[in-house]
Structures are given as structure tokens and as C-alpha cells.
Write a protein that binds this ligand. Structure first.
Ligand SMILES: Cc1cc2nc3c(=O)[nH]c(=O)nc-3n(C[C@H](O)[C@H](O)[C@H](O)COP(=O)(O)OP(=O)(O)OC[C@H]3O[C@@H](n4cnc5c(N)ncnc54)[C@H](O)[C@@H]3O)c2cc1C
Ligand code: SF4
Length: 330
């Protein structure tokens, strides 16, 4: 592991200045992803700027009725917060579906959104990888790719984004706020992650050196009836092979409003807009749920070994929406 300097930032502007002063520096949240990548040589920062002491650890109501979640709130505290559980059950479920209790105690909101892909080639510095070293190729295309992307990928990279929290926040139209040397800024999650294209190494629209300060979740009464359902290869402590975040408002048997996002199928949390359009205003019935899933998955371009994800996602959408519709009918 490369030797590195460690510094604790005292305030937000100080953290941004420390990073700006050293192109080799990285912010350190819980370290649960960054430090692993440093051990394997994927990341080789010369300096870590620890942001956990910054005053970004609160969850507060916004005047509009949403929630403002600080960037250093731990995954455990986020999942347990009574207002998160009450207003956005799918967010609590998504966070609890990720990692383990110990990891969630360390991992922060900012770090979770910026965690890197679990593609095995990315993590192995002896292998080529366009994301890690642009222009070297993508061995996953012909190699091991059973848990890679079926939507929105490119011939340059077919990796998926691993965050569960990000999928729920995408369904909730959350907005990421950040600070740079030039002042604050914000990015809706829909624009936060960049399309893969031919630049898979450029993952987000954050300006260089930006410190994530928090995430604002707008009010979403529809989320009172919501679910995050994750499919994984073992019951706990595993990343998704497919997941669905869904919020659903049904009255008189008709879908009035729906939010749907998919996880583990694309380089970013995938907002299922085509499915949402297909569902709005139709009877809340399994055949309509399946048709909506098909509308979204028509764009899927599976690889040799991951076509199963198309079926899995279709079944997952039908199962989750059926459950929510039954709940609404009670
Ligand atoms: C065994 C294991 C299983 C896991 N399973 C899951 C899972 O099932 N689902 C899931 O979603 N996740 C899972 N994770 C990933 C885990 O959730 C992430 O590692 C964690 O959320 C990252 O948060 P962190 O604060 O530790 O980030 P760090 O590792 O500290 O940082 C990650 C990245 O974010 C940057 N960063 C951190 N904070 C900020 C900030 N405020 N502003 C700007 N940049 C910042 C860092 O520079 C770094 O590039 C798992 C991890 C492990 C090790
Ligand atoms: S899928 Fe992406 S991360 Fe994986 S080897 Fe290909 S370029 Fe690298």
C-alpha cells in the first residue's frame, strides 16, 4: 500500500481547500470502500482528508416537508431515523439491505453515493479496465459478467453501480448538494451519475474537488407506501444482482402515481421512466405491471451470461407492485 498523509478537516471550506491544494488528495468518509481500494492499489492517494468530523452529521426537516440528510450521516443512523422510516420506508429498507451492521456504522451517505463498482476486473490491477485505466479495454465484455449491466452500458464498460441507497434516493428525486472553492452547487440524482459512453472513468457530474455536503429529499407523500426489494446470491452481506425501489399510490384500483428505480442493472441507479409512464392511470393489475416492466426492459442489451437479469427484473417489478397494490386494497 502506498504511503499517505492523513488530515482531519475542521470545517467545510477547510476541507475543500485541503483537497484543492493537493491534486493527489481524496476525501475520506467511513473508508469502507476507499481504503479497500487503496489496499489493492486501485486508488493511490497521497493524502486523505477525513471529513467525518465536519458538521454534516444531521438529518433535518426542510420547510417544504422533505428531509435534509448530511453527507457524514452514517448508513446506520440514516436507516434508523424515525422520520426516514416514517416518510420514506423504501430508503430505510434500501440502506438496511446493504453491507453489514459494522459497515453501515462506518459508511457515510457521501461515500455510499461515490462507492466504486464491484466489477472484478476493476478491482484487479493486473487486468486491463477502461474505468481504471482509460483505453486499456474491457475484459468483462467477453469474460466474467454475470452481474454486469443490461441497461445503459457501452462497449467501453458494462459495470454496474453497487449502491442500494442510491436506488431509493433516485426514486425519491433526491438532490445532492456540494461545496467547491467557487461556492456551493447541487445536482439532482438523475444528473449526478454520467452516462458511460466512451468515458467510463468519469462517473459523476461533480466538479473536481467537490465535497458532498448532503442530500435533500423532497416531500413525497407517495413514498408512504413504498418498498425496496433486493435480490442477491446469498441472504446477507452481498451486493444486489437486481433490485427495485418502488412507491405507489393506488385509489379505486387505479395507479395514480408511481416511482420506480432499478439497481444492479446499469452504471447508475436506473430510474424506470418508461415503466412509470406505462403504469400511470391504468388498473393496478399484474398484467399491467408486467407490461410496464417490459416497456422499461425493451432497452435491455444483455451480455452472454446475464440475460437472466431481464427475467429477474420483470418478476421483481410484478412482485413488488403486486404487494403494494394488495396493501393499498386492504
Ligand atoms: C463487504 C462489503 C459489502 C458491501 N455491501 C454493500 C451493499 O450490499 N450495498 C451497498 O450499497 N453498499 C455495500 N457496500 C459498500 C458500502 O456501502 C460502501 O463502502 C460505503 O457506503 C462507502 O461509504 P464510506 O463513507 O465508507 O466511503 P469511503 O470509502 O470513505 O469513500 C468512498 C468514496 O467517496 C469519497 N467521499 C467520501 N465522502 C465524501 C464526501 N463527503 N464528498 C466527496 N467525496 C466523498 C471518497 O473520496 C471515496 O472516493 C459494501 C461494502 C463492503 C466492504
Ligand atoms: S466493465 Fe467497466 S469496470 Fe469492468 S472491466 Fe470493463 S471497463 Fe472495467
Amino acid at each position: 500500500m502506498k504511503e499517505f498523509a492523513y488530515q482531519r478537516a475542521e470545517d467545510v471550506s477547510g476541507a475543500v481547500a485541503l483537497l484543492g491544494a493537493d491534486p493527489d488528495a481524496r476525501f475520506l468518509g467511513g473508508g469502507t470502500n476507499l481504503v479497500d481500494l487503496m489496499k489493492s492499489g486501485v486508488e493511490r492517494p497521497g493524502r486523505l482528508v477525513d471529513v467525518r468530523q465536519l458538521p454534516l452529521g444531521a438529518i433535518e426537516s426542510t420547510p417544504e416537508g422533505g428531509l435534509r440528510i448530511g453527507a457524514t450521516v452514517t448508513n446506520s443512523d440514516l436507516a434508523a431515523h424515525p422520520e426516514v422510516r416514517r416518510r420514506y420506508p423504501l430508503l430505510t429498507q434500501a440502506v438496511l439491505a446493504g453491507a453489514s451492521g459494522q459497515l453501515r456504522n462506518m459508511a457515510t451517505v457521501g461515500g455510499n453515493l461515490l462507492q466504486r463498482t464491484r466489477c472484478g476486473y476493476f478491482a484487479d490491477v493486473t487486468k486491463p479496465c477502461n474505468k481504471r485505466e482509460p483505453g486499456t479495454g474491457c475484459p468483462a465484455l467477453e469474460g466474467e459478467h454475470h452481474n454486469h449491466a443490461i441497461l445503459g452500458a457501452s462497449e467501453h464498460c458494462v459495470a454496474t453501480h453497487p449502491s442500494d441507497m442510491g436506488v431509493a434516493l433516485t426514486a425519491l428525486d433526491a438532490v445532492v448538494t456540494y461545496e467547491t472553492a467557487d461556492g456551493p452547487g447541487e445536482l439532482p440524482l438523475a444528473d449526478f451519475y454520467l452516462p458511460v459512453g466512451d468515458t467510463p472513468h468519469r462517473e459523476t457530474a461533480l466538479p473536481p474537488g467537490a465535497l458532498i455536503t448532503g442530500v435533500t429529499v423532497p416531500p413525497a407523500p407517495v413514498a408512504a407506501r413504498s418498498r425496496y426489494r433486493k435480490v442477491r446470491e446469498r441472504a446477507s452481506y452481498a451486493f444486489a444482482i437486481g433490485s427495485v425501489a418502488a412507491a405507489f399510490d393506488v385509489s379505486d384500483g387505479v395507479v395514480r402515481e408511481v416511482r420506480l428505480a432499478f439497481g444492479a442493472v446499469a452504471s447508475r441507479p436506473w430510474r424506470a421512466r418508461a415503466a412509470e409512464r406505462a403504469l400511470t392511470g391504468v388498473p393496478a393489475e399484474a398484467e399491467n405491471f408486467a407490461a410496464a416492466a417490459d416497456a422499461e426492459l425493451a432497452a435491455a442489451r444483455p451480455l452472454r451470461d446475464n440475460a437472466y437479469k431481464v427475467t429477474l427484473m420483470r418478476n421483481l417489478v410484478v412482485a413488488v407492485l403486486t404487494e403494494l397494490a394488495e396493501e393499498a386494497a386492504r
